[in-house]
Design a protein around this ligand. Structure first.
Ligand code: HEC
Length: 229
């Protein structure tokens, strides 16, 4: 019994020494592969050829119409810097003009730096309803679904005078970078769309607390007429 044990023990030690002892020392023999499927995986290696594709190349060209992050589709810029292709090392722009930051120098600027028209406001409404209304409510009054579900009292009321008085650039900056508990939406919302949302927030401001004198004269007259009996 004991003899068999010692024989096996010594054999075991010898095997371990033999296998482990040579680890790290150079050898011309092919390596011992215990789990072959881990060494030889069915995958493409960069800069290696393959017989999987007809043209023999493992690297594929991007699908037609692919737009690299940060670059532009004609007439629409997806990310900061896309307008003139100035991007930093990770593909985001490091431009610091008003369009991209909402700032003029160190101060927030005012005004919508993209062409303002009905289509922009429609786009802004659509993007606001998708991205912002869940928290801020369809009217921006802070009564979004989130409040009803989570009783999250801190959601800002965008109809507050405090927000009404903020310059456009500051609201743009809040969308881009977030504020306190609000996350950043810059990575998800294209520059142009952020400005469209700012414009729409202004439209929401106008939609509430309207005074008669702000309306076109015909509308004022219409409203001043006594209700028909
Ligand atoms: C997940 C919820 C959520 C979403 C979505 C959200 N916000 Fe907010 N937002 C908040 C909260 C919470 C605050 C208050 C942050 C704080 O504590 O100051 C806030 C604050 C703000 C403010 C006020 C910032 C200030 O100066 O005090 C503005 C403006 C604003 N949000 C605009 C937007 C716009 C525009 C969108 C859509 C692009 C948006 N938010 C999407 C939660 C959200």
């Amino acid at each position: 019994m004991l003899r068999t044990f010692f024989a096996l023990f010594i054999l075991g030690v010898a095997t371990v020494l033999f296998v482990a002892g040579f680890r790290g020392s150079p050898s011309k023999l092919p390596p011992i592969e215990i789990f072959r499927d881990m060494d030889h995986q069915p995958k493409m290696q960069p800069q290696h050829s393959t017989n999987f594709f007809a043209d023999g190349r493992s690297a594929r060209k991007p699908v037609d119409g692919t737009i690299p992050l940060g670059y532009t589709v004609p007439g629409r810029y997806l990310q900061a810097g896309a307008k003139n292709g100035t991007l930093d090392s990770v593909g985001f722009a490091n431009l610091n003009d008003y369009l991209h930051t909402g700032r003029v120098g160190d101060a927030y600027g005012d005004g919508i730096p993209v062409e303002m028209n009905a289509a922009l406001l429609d786009r802004g409404q659509e993007r606001f309803d998708i991205n912002c209304a869940i928290c801020h409510g369809m009217l921006g009054d802070g009564n979004g679904v989130v409040k009803q579900i989570a009783n999250w009292a801190v959601v800002a009321n965008l109809q507050d005078d405090r927000i009404r008085q903020q310059p456009d650039g500051q609201i743009f900056n809040t969308i881009t970078h977030g504020k306190n508990t609000m996350g950043a939406y810059g990575p998800n919302i294209a520059i142009e769309d952020r400005w469209a949302i700012v414009a729409y927030v202004r439209a929401l401001h106008k939609s509430q607390r309207v005074v008669l004198a702000d309306l076109p004269v015909e509308k004022q007259k219409e409203l001043q007429q006594p209700a028909k009996k």
